[in-house]
Write a protein of this length. Structure first.
Length: 255
């Protein structure tokens, strides 16, 4: 049937069982149902080969963007209650409170993670960073600036060009080019090389200092000549006095 003029229906329209239904009393159009609940109520899939514009969009099911034709989602406020995969997000505030989130690329002024976060690749932080919980680094960590630690620092090995310690330090083993200690230091093993001179402080079995001696047998063990500008004393008494100033007795006393 061909109609060459306007086709006007005053009291609603129904095509087939529920293919098309017009509710003239409430000014509603339905597809797939005879009980429309909105101005346009579609019970089925909607296909459009052009842009779909809406002032407010609300999706209560699963939304896929980017699979067919759509590559970018730009929104002022996006609320995701289920699972979300973001390929590129540029947001001033992104809050993830429930569910899992996988972010491929993210540019944001503020990121708040209320649960655990795993970063599989490089993490570059240009400003200050505050970590409230534990920080575990399985690989190498590089710092181009200063590192300030208010609490304890436990490490297996440290290599440093300059190491300045102003407080109390306990060092189990250290190999450094230059170490300046301004406070008290307890060292179980310290090797300092100055040309052919070796100084070794050993705490077991007793505190011993060796010069040119890697295994000192006495409290002070010197392997080589000694030059003393002051007085040599034994048990508080000058060796010269003990030897009565006799050079031969002094030589015998000194061995």
């Amino acid at each position: 049937m061909a109609v060459n003029k306007n086709f006007v229906v005053k009291n609603g329209l129904e095509v087939d069982t529920n293919t098309l239904f017009v509710d003239s009393a409430n000014n509603r159009v339905a597809i797939g149902t005879t009980v429309p609940t909105a101005a346009l109520d579609v019970r089925g899939k909607i296909l459009s080969d052009s842009q779909v514009e809406s002032f407010v969009g609300k999706f209560v099911g699963i939304v896929t963007a980017g699979a067919v034709g759509v590559t970018t989602m730009t929104t002022l406020d996006a609320v995701v209650t289920g699972f979300s995969t973001l390929g590129l997000a540029n947001a001033t505030s992104l809050n993830v409170t429930t569910g899992f989130s996988t972010v491929q690329s993210l540019t944001a002024d503020d990121i708040t993670v209320s649960v655990g976060a795993t970063v599989s690749k490089d993490l570059n932080v240009g400003g200050a960073t505050t970590v409230g919980g534990a920080l575990t680094v399985t690989g190498n960590a590089y710092f181009n600036g200063n590192v300030d630690i208010n609490g304890d620092l436990t490490y297996d090995e440290v290599n440093a060009r300059n190491l300045n310690i102003s407080g109390i330090a306990t060092v189990g083993f250290a190999t450094v080019g230059n170490m300046t200690v301004a406070g008290m230091t307890t060292t179980s093993l310290l090797n300092v090389g100055f040309g052919a001179t070796m100084v070794k402080v050993q705490g077991t079995p007793a505190t011993r200092v060796g010069i040119n001696s890697v295994g000192p047998a006495f409290t002070l063990d010197v392997d080589g000549d000694s030059n003393v500008t002051g007085t040599i004393r034994q048990a508080g008494t000058s060796v010269l006095t003990t030897a009565s100033g006799d050079a031969t007795a002094l030589a015998i006393a000194l061995g």
